[in-house]
Design a protein around this ligand. Structure first.
Ligand SMILES: [Cu+2]
Length: 152
């Protein structure tokens, strides 16, 4: 399935309960959460599935605050060093709840493999997955992910 279309479905699926659901009392019956956490990457560094790029991030603020916008500073490198020709797209979802953010991530390239992602917000506590897609001219897009438990 087309990735964007799948995300669109995910966002649609949760829209009726987001505003009032601040807890997770009725989500524990979903089976997907354990699977997502088992293959979770709770570090701040990840390698794309095709092994071409390594991503490292820091959040601002750190730690992330529930229901407040945050930014991410990402560095993308390849075998030669900073990936100055890389392009990045970014998003976040809650795998167990099958929804995304209420905000839209915006990626700015600072050059030399450095990116700033703004417009991020976790509007619920629990397991979030950050999705990164990296590409460059002449190189197929590759996917990497980070997992975060929101929020202490
Ligand atoms: Cu949720």
């Amino acid at each position: 399935m087309n990735k964007l279309f799948a995300l669109f479905l995910l966002v649609l699926g949760c829209s009726e309960k987001e505003s009032s659901d601040t807890g997770d009392h009725h989500h524990h019956h979903h089976g997907g959460d354990d699977t997502a956490i088992e293959d979770g990457n709770f570090t701040t560094e990840a390698t794309t599935e095709g092994s071409t790029w390594t991503l490292q991030y820091a959040s601002d603020p750190d730690p992330i605050v529930l229901s407040e916008n945050f930014a991410l500073n990402l560095n993308v490198s390849n075998a030669e060093g900073p990936a100055s020709d890389a392009a990045l797209t970014f998003d976040a979802t809650m795998p167990a709840h099958e929804h995304g953010m209420n905000t839209e991530a915006s990626v700015t390239s600072n050059g030399n493999g450095s990116f700033t992602v703004t417009g991020m917000q976790f509007h619920m506590t629990g397991h979030w997955r950050l999705h990164a897609n990296v590409s460059s001219d002449g190189q197929a897009e590759e996917y990497a992910w980070f997992d975060v438990i929101c929020c202490d």
